[in-house]
Ligand binder design. Structure first.
Ligand SMILES: Nc1ncnc2c1ncn2[C@@H]1O[C@H](COP(=O)(O)OP(=O)(O)O)[C@@H](O)[C@H]1O
Ligand SMILES: [Mg+2]
Length: 349
């Protein structure tokens, strides 16, 4: 299938307009998604970041035609996920971490061959793709092993190999690295990048509750909580929302007697100065020999004035580093709690 995914028309890879989803539950209806709007461009690696119960999987299921929205509409490369289900299924694939669909009695190669058939590939073409994926994922050694005998990491490789079979334009990854060890998770991330690099326009929408994964992988992120998108942007844009000033940590041997925190604050461009650690020494002279100052600046360029003032007063500079906020800090500010301490309590309406 050779297509120009960047297309002649300007269809978004994902367009979600006012999508809501309500589940019937014992304690009353649960609103998993509240009028979500989202647009993802072809070629993006977009992340939905949020705690358990935020609604991430519900949105992925709607976009991958496994679940109907209660209200609103959504399309994938211009195809409506409710009315053009068959065409949508042909251009997308889904990998969900944790759970595993497959037939334990089949071997890895048989399982892939079966999916190639499901995807409607002619036999020869299908087997060629199957062997290509086995090679690409380095699972040649286990290709004749029964699925029931695979480790979690091997199963996830098989899941990914399966998802690449139909050369999807868009790949939905629901917590793709959950339960994987560090090296298997890195492997998965590398394969996803290689998949996207192989053809311009290939799009990935992933969900995760791992901050570092979202930060490292995603071009843009939407932070989701209780079925609502609270903010979206590039990781850098999101971080700038919580920290407008640029923050530097400057370490000196000690603050000279002629120099006070107040003197530093008076330097043009300096917004704030705080002492992080003060140099301390015990009777034998052993201790922490660095005084660390956290200096907030209007812009990076103001650092020069601070450094020359410190050096002019006779301080010896030991370190300078720029302090970037983490996505965790962004999350706490927006959501009001950490991602790990989030409640999974559904909200009844
Ligand atoms: N089939 C279902 N029946 C009832 N409630 C559901 C169902 N699926 C999800 N929910 C509820 O919808 C909310 C969002 O769930 P989900 O989309 O799985 O969140 P996430 O993937 O972000 O952890 C949760 O409150 C969950 O309990
Ligand atoms: Mg989920």
């Amino acid at each position: 299938m050779s297509v120009d995914l960047l297309g002649t028309d300007s269809a978004a890879a994902v367009e979600v307009r006012g999508v809501s989803r309500v589940f019937k539950a014992k304690g009353g209806p649960v609103t998993a998604l509240h009028e979500i709007n989202l647009r993802i461009e072809p070629g993006e690696l977009f992340g939905l970041l949020g705690p358990n119960g935020a609604g991430k999987s519900t949105l992925i299921k709607i976009l991958s035609t496994l679940l109907l929205p209660s209200a609103g509409s959504a399309s994938i490369f211009g195809l409506d996920v409710v009315t053009e289900t068959d065409r949508v299924r042909r251009i997308m694939n889904l990998v969900a971490g944790g759970d595993f669909s497959g037939y334990g009695l089949l071997t890895v190669r048989e399982q892939l061959a079966m999916f190639a058939q499901f995807y409607g590939m002619p036999y020869r073409e299908g087997m060629r793709r199957v062997d290509e994926q086995i090679e690409a994922f380095g699972i040649g050694e286990i290709k004749d092993r029964k699925i029931s005998a695979l480790s979690t990491g091997q199963r996830q490789k098989l899941n990914f190999a399966r998802s690449f079979l139909n050369e999807p334009w868009i790949l939905f990854l629901d917590e793709p690295t959950i339960g994987l060890d560090v090296s298997a998770a890195r492997d998965v991330r590398d394969r996803v990048r290689a998949f996207q690099a192989a053809q311009p326009g290939r799009t990935v929408l992933l969900t995760t509750h791992y901050m570092a994964e979202a930060d490292e992988m995603c071009d843009r992120i939407a932070i989701v909580d209780h079925g609502r998108i609270l903010a979206q942007g590039t990781p850098a844009e999101l971080k700038r929302m919580v920290q407008k000033e640029s923050l530097f940590i400057v370490g000196v041997d000690a603050l000279p007697p002629t120099m006070s925190v107040a003197n530093l604050r008076a330097i043009p461009g300096v917004i704030s100065v705080a002492m992080r650690d003060e140099a301390t020494f015990d009777a034998t002279g052993v201790g922490s020999p660095t005084t660390r100052l956290a200096i907030g600046l209007k812009e990076d360029g103001a650092l020069g004035g601070v450094i020359s003032a410190l050096a002019g007063a006779g301080a010896h500079l030991r370190e300078i580093s720029k302090s970037e906020p983490t996505l965790e800090e962004v999350f706490v500010q927006l959501v009001g709690r950490g991602i790990a301490e989030s409640s999974e309590e559904p909200r009844s309406e």
